[in-house]
Design a protein around this ligand. Structure first.
Ligand code: ADP
Length: 489
């Protein structure tokens, strides 16, 4: 199936080692792990398996670069210029980076090219422009004093990211950290380390000093856990599951690290009968099936008002019949494989559970082919709020459709989850739209659109979906400490 296995079509895998203090080095243990192409199940490369000792070396290099290197002290405008250069180098390699991303993750190349890589570049540029705009306040206090605040970099930051948007998550983490003058120890996801490693080299080529960015590929509890516990690291920025965040929070207590979390979701996507129906169906389809359903903000609970429900089910079914699932490197492909066997099995388990608990599987529900982790785009109708497929994050191409008949009812049911990452509303009624936007307990509410992301727009979760916000001007806050200076006059 996948043309990518043909020699000559493979992108170069230039880096598979740990990146510490500007150099490529083996893991101290000498161990490696396989990164696998989810479309073919073939091994792409053996990657250094970093662990505690490697994290310690990276943290020492990052600490040294922070305390004694030029990065945090250089003119912020120069920091910005190096970041622009880094973004330019990424842009020059856009095609190669997109191929590498699709090979390692399985996502369709047309998505990597159109979304992942350009959005990552845009994010680095956004924060390059912000580097020289980080400023404090002058504070009118009582008495004869001059009081002001300075915003200083938080120090060495540990960053732990998932596999669903490897490059983009790297950019979301590096952008604000670099702009603020922090130094970095990054732990990419074990499923998808390759593009993050390539980005580290491009950052070096752009002139970002050695030790500012360090990357330790490896597994969560070992390499990730070591970042959380290392006393040289001041902060952890984590994106992943809430259960992992709970472990991180507990393990970070010893060193009282600053923590920001962007976690999962079970986002309600609410379609009123008065919406532009075709736009709403397309938005609901995109909002769930984009990226093989592997989005923390996926609109996985689609609430459809009674009177348009049957029409919705028919139209979504038609769209799924035409959906092209297969080789990520075929530019016509709309849906690739899930990232790995563990995710594939988990999703198939949810599909079984949905059937068992009495929901109607109206489209899909099966594996595609017998090689690679492909799953048919799947829709469950007549889902009730208490079913597992309405409560738990599936992280796959599985849509749950729920009927509703009333505004207050759908607000209550939409909010009836411990998550609060995103929500969407489809209606032509402006009053209803703003009312819903105010009432839905989520960090992002999209109105008549879905998955609209921009480096300038803050993103993060209410409730168990996270702590803090990434992106936007205030995305820098999590990478700075505020210092109050008071001068007697
Ligand atoms: P997912 O199910 O999407 O893989 P995880 O939360 O398990 O979500 O993983 C997200 C990131 O967190 C990955 O880089 C993973 O290696 C890392 N991770 C997993 N467990 C831990 C842990 N105990 N401590 C630190 N990082 C972890």
């Amino acid at each position: 199936m996948a043309t990518i296995v043909e020699p000559g079509k493979r992108p170069d895998v230039k880096h598979t080692k740990c990146f510490i203090n500007g150099e490529w080095v083996d893991a101290a243990s000498g161990k490696t792990f396989e990164t696998v192409c989810p479309a073919t199940e073939n091994t792409i490369a053996e990657v250094a398996e970093g662990d505690k000792e490697d994290v310690a070396r990276a943290a020492t290099a990052a600490r040294e670069a922070f305390e004694n290197g030029p990065w945090s002290r250089m003119d912020a405008r120069d920091r910005g210029r190096l970041m622009y250069k880094f973004a330019d180098l990424m842009e020059q390699e856009l095609d190669q980076l997109a191929m590498l991303e699709s090979w390692d993750n399985g996502k369709p190349l047309r998505d990597s090219r159109a979304a992942d890589v350009p959005l990552a570049i845009d994010c680095i540029r956004y924060y390059a422009g912000l580097a020289d705009k980080i400023q404090g306040d002058t504070v009118p206090i009582r008495g004869n004093y001059f009081c002001y605040t300075r915003r200083e970099p938080v120090g060495v930051v540990g960053q732990i990211i998932p596999w669903n948007f490897p490059m983009l998550m790297t950019a979301w983490k590096w952008g604000p950290a670099l702009a603020a003058g922090c130094t970095i120890v990054m732990k990419p996801a074990e499923q998808t380390p390759l593009t993050c490693l390539r980005m580290a080299q491009l950052a070096k080529d752009a002139g970002i000093p050695d030790g500012v960015i360090n990357v330790i590929p490896g597994f969560g509890p070992t390499a990730g856990g070591a970042c959380v516990e290392n006393p040289d690291i001041d902060k952890i920025a984590f994106t992943g599951e809430h259960i992992t965040a709970q472990i991180i929070m507990k393990n970070a207590a010893q060193t009282l690290k600053r923590l920001t979390f962007e976690l999962g979701g079970k986002s309600p996507n609410i379609i009123f009968a008065d919406a532009d129906f075709e736009a709403a169906v397309k938005g609901a389809h995109f909002g769930l099936f984009f990226n093989q359903g592997q989005c923390c903000c996926a609109g996985s609970r689609v609430f459809v008002e009674d009177s348009v429900h049957d029409q919705f089910i028919n139209r979504i079914g038609e769209m799924n019949e035409k959906r092209k699932v297969g080789d990520p490197f075929d530019m016509a492909t709309e849906q690739g494989p899930q990232v790995d066997k563990a995710q594939f099995d988990k999703i198939m388990g949810f599909i079984e559970k949905g059937k068992e608990q009495g929901a109607d599987c109206v489209t899909g529900g099966n594996r595609v082919g017998d090689k690679g982790f492909f799953i048919e785009p799947t829709v469950f109708d007549n889902v009730t709020d208490d079913m597992d497929i309405a409560q738990k994050e599936i992280f796959g191409p599985v849509m749950s459709v729920l009927k509703f008949s009333d505004v207050d009812e759908v607000i209550e049911r939409g909010n009836n989850t411990f998550y609060g990452l995103a929500a969407a509303v489809w209606t032509k009624d402006v009053k209803k739209a703003h009312h819903m936007a105010a009432k839905l307990r989520a960090g992002t509410v999209w109105v008549n659109c879905y998955d609209v992301f921009d480096a300038a727009a803050p993103f993060g979760g209410f409730k168990m979906s996270g702590i803090g916000r990434e992106l936007g001007i205030r995305g820098i806050d999590a990478y700075t400490e505020s210092k109050t200076v008071t001068v007697a006059l």
